[in-house]
Ligand binder design. Structure first.
Ligand code: ATP
Ligand code: MG
Length: 601
């Protein structure tokens, strides 16, 4: 391609709309244009990158049992009602764009495809002889993200590879899951990314396992906790660890104390001169289930710990049936306005005790009459602890479970693991923290969707049983931008060779110099013929401008048909390290071919 004929517009200044380096660079270098919030046009250079990433993904998928297909993006609401996700996706999380057609039928724009694929499996898979089966697609997904940001990293329209596998049993699922682990590792390695596979939250579905593939970068929205010995890595949402030991309480007898102005743990501990590990804090949450039922939740936890809301959500989802619901719609810390809707009197916020009275709740059909009291393991073994008294300005000290307070029945693990915590597998290892961009997620789904949608098959014994499923996603457009986030310098993007839009750019310093132009044209033809994807910068611009642009757009190798032509040579500059080589004209193609092959192998 000739730059003189391309829509090639680069910006000198950082665009105001972009915060992170990869977003700024993709805009400045003319790869993407913002059309609306979370909506981007992929311009020709970007599209080439995306197709290269897609091709790597496709090759790695095809090397397994998986087959490519293309599923509809318009999805009838009935499918989502059957799986029980319509309300969650359109209302609670609101992530799905929903619309009505001219006949008032409801449709969603596909954020993911479990419902569609399971419907197909239900209709087409009859016998164990058809299993295992794995279908995947590469397609634009739609999600009405609350905070679209960072360009392609979190778009409302983005490209994903999603695959779904069907199995006769868990063992077969595990085999495919392993294959996917390998395929994903290959995809990321081939795309030139430095990454880590980490244990991930499987949500309330449980399932026997899920891993995320994290590209390590400061701009990552996810926190990964890992140990140096390489034995443990998990998303903080899922991570477990050993909490620090609690200090022995300085209080020996039960007493109510006046503790004015101590509505935070820090102020309280300062006032009482005690450690937060001797304090039990009571955190109030408000849960709303899909049947509209509001439940007030009191999480009782050691005060030096924090609540991991993902773990809490999973616990609350497990309890949905108890409140007549199927799923949890919302989990919030109720603010003053929210409290007005159910509080019968003013709550002693900051001073709540584990036994705060249910009479604070003005119950009705939509509000459960009792607090759901969940105690985190860290609070169970405390002795002579400090906690609230249900009266503003007062706490109790020297309290014990079984004496002053009844130990809540439901014991949970909802504490947040933190960097510096001791690891479960080996307490000598402490958790370290890194930022990661989630580019892929592999997931053992089990029978959640097949049961909900009635997708069964007949097993070898002649029984009709639900299909066992797995699902596997890669954010193709996010992956492409992550590569930039991991690889750039002050001059611009440094594409890994395997996913660069072009391998080579020939910069003609002076297009009115016939010798320069002629040499460039010849190389351009030879290189493209040899399968080396080459851009020709034949614009009537100053050499300096061309070199700057070449660096900005990040093409791995730049050929300059300049002074060295006199001695039958051209200069070839490596983008990654600015190393310049003088190479004889008739050796350019072979040399570059060798370099490129070595870089992508
Ligand atoms: P996140 O936690 O980042 O929102 P997710 O858990 O919703 O991701 P999945 O539903 O597992 O993501 O989707 C599979 C992959 O699609 C993700 O690993 C990610 O790479 C990509 N992806 C998800 N949401 C977006 C988005 N809004 N923009 C770009 N890529 C996305
Ligand atoms: Mg998401």
């Amino acid at each position: 391609m000739r730059l003189s004929q391309m829509l090639f517009v680069t910006l000198r200044e950082d665009p105001a709309e972009a915060e992170i380096p990869s977003h700024k660079l993709l805009l400045r270098a003319g790869y993407i244009r913002r059309i609306g919030s979370g909506i981007y046009a992929y311009l020709p250079l970007m599209w080439r990158v995306l197709q290269k990433v897609s091709q790597i993904v496709r090759e790695e998928m095809n090397a397994t049992l998986a087959q490519e297909c293309l599923l509809p993006q318009l999805q009838p609401s009935e499918l989502w009602r059957e799986s029980g996700r319509w309300d969650t996706y359109t209302q609670a999380e609101g992530i799905m764009f929903a619309l009505k057609d001219r006949q008032e039928r409801e449709l969603g724009l596909g954020p993911t495809h479990e419902e569609v694929i399971t419907t197909i499996a239900k209709e087409m898979i009859r016998s164990y002889r058809q299993l295992p089966l794995h279908l995947y697609q590469i397609q634009t997904k739609f999600r009405d993200e609350i905070r679209p940001r960072f360009g392609l990293m979190r778009g409302r329209e983005f490209i994903m590879k999603d695959g779904y596998s069907f199995h006769a049993d868990e063992e077969s699922l595990k085999k495919t899951y392993q294959d996917m682990h390998q395929a994903y590792s290959n995809m990321l390695r081939r795309s030139g990314l430095s990454f880590r596979a980490v244990q991930a939250d499987s949500g309330a579905i449980g399932g026997s396992g899920s891993q995320e593939f994290m590209v390590l970068a400061e701009a990552g929205e996810d926190e990964v906790l890992y140990t140096e010995d390489g034995q443990y890595a998990a998303n903080v949402e899922k991570a477990v660890s050993l909490p620090a030991d609690a200090e022995t309480s300085i209080f020996t007898s039960y007493e109510k104390r006046e503790t004015p102005g101590t509505d935070t743990i820090e102020k309280l501990c300062q006032f009482l001169k005690c450690s937060p590990t001797q304090v039990v804090k009571n955190v109030l949450y408000q849960a709303v289930y899909d049947n509209g039922m509001t439940v007030l939740v009191l999480v009782i936890i050691r005060a030096d710990q924090e609540v991991n809301e993902v773990k809490l959500q999973n616990e609350l989802t497990k309890l949905a049936a108890k409140y007549g619901g199927k799923t949890l719609l919302l989990l919030t810390v109720p603010d003053a306005e929210a409290q007005q809707k159910w509080a019968s009197k003013c709550l002693p916020l900051g001073y709540i005790a584990p036994d705060v009275g249910d009479d604070y709740i003005a119950s009705n059909k939509q509000v459960n009459a009792k607090f759901l009291r969940l105690i985190d393991r860290t609070a169970v073994d405390l002795k002579n602890f400090v906690t609230g008294s249900n009266e503003s300005g007062y706490h109790v000290v020297g309290a014990n479970w079984g004496d002053q307070f009844k130990l809540p029945e439901i014991v949970v693990d909802v504490r947040k693991a933190r960097p510096g915590d001791r690891a479960m597998h080996n307490p000598d290892q402490t958790l370290q923290s890194a930022r990661g961009i989630e580019v892929g997620h592999i997931f053992q789904l089990g029978t959640k969707y097949s049961k909900a949608l009635g997708a069964t098959y007949t097993n070898e014994q002649g029984e009709e049983v639900p299909l066992v499923m797995g699902c596997y996603g890669v954010g193709v457009s996010r992956l492409a931008q992550s590569a930039v986030e991991q690889s750039y310098d002050k001059d611009g993007i440094i594409w890994p060779v395997a996913i660069a839009p072009y391998h080579v750019i020939i910069s003609v310093p002076n297009v009115s110099d016939a010798e320069q132009l002629q040499a460039a044209e010849k190389l351009y033809e030879q290189l493209n013929k040899a399968g080396i994807e080459t851009l020709l910068d034949d614009r009537n611009e100053r050499a300096g401008v061309k070199f700057k642009d070449a660096d900005l757009i990040g093409i791995p190798y730049r050929i300059v048909t300049g002074k060295s032509l006199k001695s039958g040579k051209v200069e070839v500059v490596e983008r990654a390290n600015h190393k310049a080589h003088e190479i004889a004209l008739d050796e350019v193609v072979a040399t570059l071919k060798q370099w490129i092959d070595a870089a992508v192998s």
